[in-house]
Ligand binder design. Structure first.
Ligand SMILES: *Cc1c(COP(=O)(O)O)cnc(C)c1O
Length: 346
């Protein structure tokens, strides 16, 4: 029904490939697939099942509600809630057999707990001194999070890793995990017993460059169609604020995707592919549509690739002053806006 608006396609074979790439980067450590925010906009259930099939040993989410939703479709797997939770959410977590990260004492009863230690992120997590008071027998894991693993200067990340190793030594039986995607790919000393990877399993580069240079394959494609073609005469404009004015007669195509669909207004200077040919966006992106300058031999009915078919999310993120994390997790795929489907070629 929404085929006329846009389609998000999730390539599960590419996802399994990325999981394999990260598993080999993680060496003997386990891979935990991070599927918070509906799998970074890719669909947490589809991604979670594919990641488990590819050898991931647990799934990580941000909230108890995300974990509970995932549990409906994924009965057996370990699910770890990394973010904070209320007392009533703690009851839900126990009920659905979700593991939790705990940032303050006392430890909640009847839950499998990962002690979250702040080693320098300055966000969630207890200070190392408080972690020293946690009864070690009651925890299944000890974890921390890196603030700068994607940056060229590795010194702060290394200091966090050293602090973490010191704290983690107090929990001999616990699974130690601190690495995210960036650390898994370039800081081997960060992997300990498990690596929590999000971005890279989706084939997006934690270093904001071409994912292929890290052996990753993009998983998500986002396509729509030119639904209407029109001609602007010299001096005429399209869209709010008249931001695009034709200097000569120009054919533009209207695409029914806008910032309400997650196609951010900041992408006004981006390019898309129209039947595979690069074309600049014309004018301001509206809530429900945007215009593109049509290349020769394209028009109403032409396919528009917003992301994929060789067009990288990294390029859009750089042009619009954001990161791919934000770009993909904002894509709206509820049925009133778009249709998401999976493909699996091998
Ligand atoms: C989101 C998140 C991750 C995954 O980070 P990526 O950079 O996407 O690999 C790992 N750990 C925690 C605590 C997170 O919130």
């Amino acid at each position: 029904m929404n085929d006329t608006r846009s389609q998000v396609t999730i390539d599960l074979a590419a996802l399994r490939h990325n999981v394999g790439r990260l598993r080999s980067a993680a060496g003997s450590a386990a891979l935990y697939a991070v599927v918070k925010a509906d799998g970074y906009g890719h669909g947490a259930v589809d991604v979670g099942l594919a990641a488990l099939a590819g050898g991931a040993e647990a799934l990580c989410v941000a909230t108890v509600a995300e974990g509970a939703l995932l549990r409906r479709s994924i009965r057996e797997a370990r699910i770890i809630v990394m973010g904070p939770f209320t007392a009533s959410e703690g009851i839900v977590a126990r009920d659905r057999q979700l593991e939790v990260a705990v940032s303050a004492l006392p430890l909640p009863e009847g839950l499998r707990c990962h002690v979250k230690v702040d080693t320098g992120m300055g966000r969630w997590g207890m200070p190392p001194s408080e972690a020293a008071e946690v009864p070690a027998d009651d925890v299944v894991g000890v974890m921390s999070h890196l603030a700068t693993a994607d940056e060229p200067d590795r010194s702060f990340a290394r200091r966090q890793i050293e602090r973490f190793a010191e704290v983690a030594a107090r929990f001999p039986g616990a699974v130690r995990h601190i690495a995210n995607s960036a650390a898994t790919l370039r800081l081997p000393e960060a992997t300990f017993d498990a690596a929590r990877c999000g971005l890279a399993i989706y084939g997006l580069s934690p270093f904001h460059d071409d994912p292929a240079s890290h052996g990753l394959r993009p998983v998500l494609s986002w396509r729509s169609t030119v639904v209407y073609e029109r001609r602007l005469r010299a001096g005429e404009s399209t869209g709010y604020g008249r931001r695009f004015r034709a200097s000569a007669e120009t054919r533009i195509g209207l695409v029914p995707v806008g910032y309400a669909d997650g196609w951010a207004r900041g992408l006004g200077d981006a390019e898309v592919l129209v039947d595979g040919v690069r074309a600049p966006i014309a004018g301001a992106i509206s809530m429900d549509s945007f215009a593109v300058v049509l290349p020769p031999a394209t028009g109403a009915g032409s396919t528009v690739s917003l992301i994929g078919d060789g067009l990288l999310a990294e390029e859009h993120a750089a042009r619009s002053g954001t990161i791919t994390y934000e770009l993909v997790c904002r894509i709206r795929t509820d049925e009133s806006r778009a249709r998401r489907r999976t493909v699996d070629h091998g």
